[in-house]
Unconditional design. Sequence first.
Length: 367
Amino acid sequence: MTAIKNGKPRREFCKKVLALSTLLPAGSLISGCLIQSNRVFASAFTLSSGEHFVGWFDNNGVLRGKVALPQRAHDLLFFPDKQVLLAFSRRPGRYLHIINLHEQRVVRSIEASRAHHFYGHGILSKDGNWLFTTENKFDDAKKPNEGVIAVRNTANWKVETFLPSGGVGPHQLQSLSDPNILVIANGGIHTHPSSPRTKLNLNDMKPNLSYLDLKKGHIIDSVAPPHHQLSTRHLCVDQQDNIYVGCQFQGPDYIIKPLIYKHKVNSKLEPLKAPQATWLSFKQYTASLAVDEKRKTLGVTSPKGNITSFWDLETLSLKKVVSVRDCAGLCASESGFMISTGRGEIVQGSNVLNSNSGLRWDNHMVG
């Protein structure tokens, strides 16, 4: 299907991408997985009173600023050229908020296109001219539509076109060293804003990890997990273009499957290695993933399991598991992984750096 916006077909946008020749970096942007600085971190949070914010804190976990939002945010993206944070609504939210860090206020809120909602994640092009967001297109019939990647021009935040995500329920996406390739975790779960947290197709899920070629405008590779109810949700990418994806299992509790996988385009999906008892401790749920390139380690949080796991990137084996109650966001720093929790704590290793009672951090952190 050819997506059209303002009379411009997808192929015209693809020609623009080809003309630019270099769009997306593997790690030049600040993100929840690959970072440039360990001085300031940011995450969305919610107070016990129900008020929603985006806050930022220093390497000691001390909260340095916050901005109120009208609804809960999920992931954040730092836009260095404009010195703003982009806060993406949690599914099925319809707003993207642009936060000026110096003025400490929301300077603009962008509404999703008609009959679309955000899935909580986005990524910028290398030159900062384009914003790519995972979105759901819904209708009154409640049929499961394939997700889309909306492409916005950051000069005015207008949608330029829509590209296929490769599956139902696209969630997190990232870029590879080839600046024209995006990797997308399609969770496979069909939802509708009329019943926003209800999963409508658990028996017929088709999750996958898909690779979108921006020049061609279509999916060039796709791989499915070993069980149709292993919802592929969050991911990160290392400097060698290895993808690490975390799953949330939607099937019976007695079925125990690995929840974390490694992949590279045009290869097989590899499960990370751990005893079945370890996978059982995850309570069928992973949240944030981050790579520490210096220590060749992958970190993965499981707020339902109250654990953060650490994995050897070379052997794909488990290094250790740390108990962190309601662990949420995760980010690599010079001193090791920084972890935020739903209890308002900022944790490094096993040390609580700071605790803000009555505050619940969301599942993602940028640094």
